[in-house]
Unconditional design. Structure first.
Lengths: 136, 147
């Protein structure tokens, strides 16, 4: 199972949620939309991180805590005059506690079209096993 | 459609609530620029004016560049496509926040534009469309002749 540990912030539905935390860097930090699904041998995590490139993303797994951090991408051209806005840009942060043992060395991460995809394989002892029942 | 209803002066059933929203928007406005438009839309777009036209940006994570259709007609730009979210059949879902489905959004631009010269680029889930204004709307420099 996975449990969210990120501080929650209030936002209107459908909007990027700003995380209310104390930051050491200026700018917004958003709470990205995340999907987590579980297979027999792995967890698959997908996070929407539009506007950041792969070098700006840091994924950590420490003491069962999975954290995703992304620093902001390049700012918009300062010469442009904003006329209308539905989103702002900034960094991203999210954390989850994973209860199952993960094989840290086998984690795969890739960024495709603004979506971070993680594959967190379970350790062998954490995978479900079929126990054969023998007739006595 | 819902946005049209909410923003249309003749169809606003809660005018005071709208005012409250606007005041809260101002209250929470921290960065420079216009207050965020309210409502749940995909994809969210921003519109900018440049010296010779407009730039529209949209956050469309998870779409490939060839899955986004852009059409321009006079002063209207339409984005459409489908965001598919699929997982292996044997997977159990713990958390599903990303939304899929088809979308179609039309943005009214402040003036007519030159549809033949629209350029779009896509990177890291962000679409950027450069839209030059039609020639008659371009700023023109008028030389002052000496008499």
């Amino acid at each position: 199972m996975t449990t969210e540990t990120t501080t929650q912030a209030v936002a209107r539905p459908g909007e990027k949620q700003v995380l209310e935390r104390e930051h050491t860097r200026p700018g917004f930090v958003f709470r990205p939309d995340v999907d987590i699904v579980e297979q027999k041998d792995a967890f698959l995590v997908s996070a929407d991180l539009p506007g950041v490139d792969e070098r700006a993303i840091e994924v950590r797994l420490e003491n069962g805590l999975l954290s995703i951090d992304a620093s902001p991408g390049e700012a918009q051209d300062a010469a442009w005059t904003p006329l209308y806005a539905e989103y702002r840009t900034g960094g991203y942060h999210r954390e989850f506690a994973l209860s199952d043992a993960i094989d840290v060395n086998a984690i795969e991460a890739k960024l495709v079209d603004g979506v971070l995809r993680l594959r967190l394989p379970k350790r062998h002892e954490a995978r479900p096993r079929q126990i054969a029942v023998q007739a006595g | 459609m819902a946005q049209y209803w909410l923003s249309h002066p003749w169809f606003d059933p809660w005018p005071d609530l709208g005012d409250l929203h606007r005041r809260m928007d101002r209250l929470f406005e921290r960065a420079s620029g216009p207050a965020l438009a309210r409502g749940s839309v995909f994809p969210p777009v921003n519109l900018y004016e440049t010296s010779d036209g407009y730039v529209l940006t949209a956050e469309v994570p998870g779409l490939r560049h060839d899955e986004i259709e852009i059409t321009v007609e006079r002063d209207r730009l339409t984005l459409s496509g489908e965001r598919r979210i699929e997982y292996p059949k044997d997977a159990s879902l713990h958390r599903v926040e990303r939304r899929g489905g088809s979308f179609r959004r039309t943005v009214q631009l402040p003036s007519e534009v030159d549809g033949d010269k629209v350029e779009a680029s896509y990177r890291d889930g962000v679409l950027r469309v450069r839209i030059p204004k039609a020639a008659e709307h371009q700023p023109r420099r008028i030389a002052v002749g000496a008499s």
